[in-house]
Design a protein around this ligand. Structure first.
Ligand code: AMP
Length: 196
């Protein structure tokens, strides 16, 4: 019973949260529990940068200053990834996408009749995520980069949360506490959403 989705249907979900909210850690646990594919647009872009592809070169400059890569590029890579067989059979958790209303609308188009089962906001306060990002020291975690990304999250991504809330899909989960407590909260919120 470790993987309820294999016994029933593939689960399709989105996890939101400010950078530094612990989405990456929790996604590992969601993958273990639901057997879904973890799709992080940030990881895919960093992979393209490391591989030195044309897209990676274009994305790097944008990522370095904490801006958003164009909707067109992002929707292209997500569309390709979601069309792969593992996403269709195992379901997925989208992490770091959609970040704009245009991306949310694009996602709905890509999914067609395959509806999302759960959209979760892993909620961690601004001062806490700022402190965590300063401590982790990733390449793009300069003070300006952190401030810019958090500002963009409020400006561009908050409306996306409202967009999902208007469609009755959004569940907010308290992202403070121990990793296991947060996982338990997430699993119960998602189980409720999937059962609807
Ligand atoms: P993340 O690992 O999700 O914080 O993403 C790192 C960086 O990749 C972001 O600061 C953006 O520059 C870029 N990025 C990742 N996902 C997206 C997206 N859905 N839309 C636009 N830019 C993105």
């Amino acid at each position: 019973m470790n993987n309820p989705s294999s016994a029933s249907r593939p689960v399709r979900m989105v996890i939101f949260g400010r950078q530094g909210a612990g989405k990456g850690t929790q996604c590992v646990r969601l993958v273990e529990h639901f057997g879904v594919v973890h799709i992080s647009t940030g990881d895919m872009l960093r992979g393209a940068v490391a591989a030195g592809t044309e897209m990676g070169k274009a994305a790097k400059a944008v990522m370095d200053v904490g801006d958003l890569v164009s909707d067109e590029i992002i929707l292209g890579i997500v569309r390709e990834r979601l069309a792969e067989g593992d996403c269709r059979t195992r379901g997925f958790v989208l992490d770091g996408f959609p970040r704009t209303i245009a991306q949310a609308e694009g996602l709905v188009m890509i999914l067609g009749e395959d509806e999302l089962h759960a959209v979760v906001d892993l909620d961690v306060p601004l001062d806490e995520v700022t402190a965590r990002m300063k401590a982790r020291g990733r390449d793009d975690d300069t003070d300006e980069g952190i401030a810019r990304r958090l500002e963009l999250y409020e400006k561009e991504t908050r409306p996306v949360l409202d967009w999902f809330a208007d469609r009755d899909l959004l569940v907010t989960v308290d992202g403070l506490g121990s990793e296991t407590d947060i996982t338990d909260r997430l699993l119960s919120a998602i189980a409720t959403a999937v059962a609807r």
